[in-house]
Design a binder for this molecule. Structure first.
Ligand code: C2E
Ligand code: MG
Ligand code: MG
Length: 395
């Protein structure tokens, strides 16, 4: 079924277009966080027409822009009705046609200001496909909206020709992962790897993430092990009329957000937390594969020396380490920490080996450093790995 522009315009003018709200929830705590405004055409006989049935027709002309501004106005009115309760931010979908609207952010500011609302309560959603119009225009458009104090979300990421290059460059606040990326119920290993990488990538680039179209417990469980901030989907709530949304928000009046850092961790952020704790205690963490003669070092800026290479051949590293030790400690260190000896210690049943030596820092001063090598035998390979934790005893 398709509609003519005249029919849609008449619906707009007769106020038959109304706005539904779909709540978004914090992934780890399931608490309400924000909402997305989704337009519906409610005909006089009560039938509800979904946006998929008329938005593509409206997008053929500037009619879509009038619809989007109309929705923005309704959203502001909804937020005003909430002024005696917690106001959750609401995102509004804008068609790619707005990118060529010169004074977009001024117009948005004028509407929001006329209701005396703080700008961070409004988020602008734009699909990643809008970039094909003109990349630099698209980026400038986003920057100007953010400069006006609004948040910008990239909608439907993953539905088209998404690239990590896009994530790297787009100056947005939020990345909304399209439901098509969850199509295999997050049970397919390749799908999981792709999703995990997108979340990690987005976060390292300081973008928040939303997973859209979450319907099942399996999807939710998996997303909770990723670095995904918010969930939008039928598993929690469907788009609902304003009245229902307002009563949902008011029921949150008495609920406190989780403030316990551990309650809001995902597996990925808990890993970061763990690493941070370990690195504070042990500024040098060294992973070595004794069997393959390789190492990978994570060294914190406050260790005695900053010059530890980050990866390479284990035997070379030990040679270099000996050079920075006090002459009286060199022999003991070389005997204990050479690869052959460590493998022998492991074979004799030792769980770890430790040593205290004096090491010369970058400032030329010797300090006592304790190094403990823990042996790890992987279940999946024959390699003998050590995890070495080193710290300055005088700190
Ligand atoms: P969208 O912006 O990506 O909105 C999310 C769509 O996913 C909504 O469809 C929502 O109902 C649906 N959805 C949410 N959770 C689930 C789930 O768990 N499972 C499934 N299967 N679907 C879920 P809706 O409301 O039909 O809107 C469709 C699209 O129409 C929107 O996609 C958006 O692109 C467009 N649209 C809606 N309102 C507006 C508007 O005011 N202006 C513009 N320009 N476009 C709009
Ligand atoms: Mg959207
Ligand atoms: Mg979407």
């Amino acid at each position: 079924m398709s509609y003519t522009p005249e029919e849609i315009r008449a619906a707009l003018e007769n106020k038959e277009l109304c706005v539904y709200y779909q709540p978004l929830y914090v992934t780890m705590t399931s608490s309400l966080k924000s909402a997305e405004a989704l337009v519906r055409w409610v005909k006089p006989d009560g039938t509800v027409v979904s946006p998929a049935a008329f938005i593509p027709d409206a997008e053929q002309s500037d009619l879509i822009m009038d619809i989007d501004w109309y929705v923005t106005d309704i959203v502001c009115r909804t937020l005003v009705k909430q002024n005696m309760m917690p106001q959750f931010p609401i995102s509004v979908n804008f068609s790619r046609r707005h990118i060529r609207e010169k004074d977009f952010s001024e117009k948005l500011s004028a509407i929001v200001d006329s209701y005396d609302l703080p700008h961070p309560l409004i988020e602008v959603e734009i699909t990643e496909s809008a970039m094909v119009e003109d990349e630099s225009l698209f980026y400038d458009w986003i920057v100007s909206i953010r400069e006006a104090g609004f948040s910008v979300a990239i909608d439907d990421f993953g539905s088209g020709l998404s690239s990590l290059q896009f994530v790297k460059n787009v100056p947005a606040d939020v990345l909304k992962i399209d439901k098509s990326l969850l199509s295999n119920n997050c049970e397919d290993e390749k799908e999981r790897i792709v999703l995990e990488s997108i979340f990690t990538f987005a976060h390292r680039l300081h973008m928040k993430t939303v997973a859209e179209g979450v319907e099942t417990q399996e999807q939710l469980n998996f997303l909770r092990s990723c670095d995904c901030n918010k969930i939008q989907g039928f598993i929690f709530a469907r788009p609902m009329p304003e009245e229902d949304y307002l009563s949902l928000c008011s029921s949150y009046l008495s609920r406190d957000e989780a403030t316990d850092i551990l309650q809001v961790q995902s597996q990925a952020s808990a890993m970061n937390l763990l690493m941070e704790v370990v690195m504070r205690r042990y500024p040098l963490v060294l992973f070595s594969n004794l069997t393959k003669n390789t190492f990978y070092a994570m060294s914190y800026e406050h260790f005695t020396v900053k010059s530890c290479p980050s990866a390479g051949v284990y035997d070379d590293l030990i040679k270099q380490g000996i050079g920075s030790m006090h002459p009286d400690d060199r022999e003991r260190f070389a005997e204990l920490f050479n690869r052959e000896n460590l493998l022998k210690e492991y074979a004799s049943g030792k769980q770890d080996v430790r040593i205290v030596t004096r090491q010369k820092g970058d400032d030329g001063v010797y300090r006592y450093v304790e190094t403990v090598d823990y042996f790890v035998k992987s279940k999946y390979s024959d390699d003998i790995i050590t995890i070495a934790l080193a710290h300055n005893l005088e700190d």
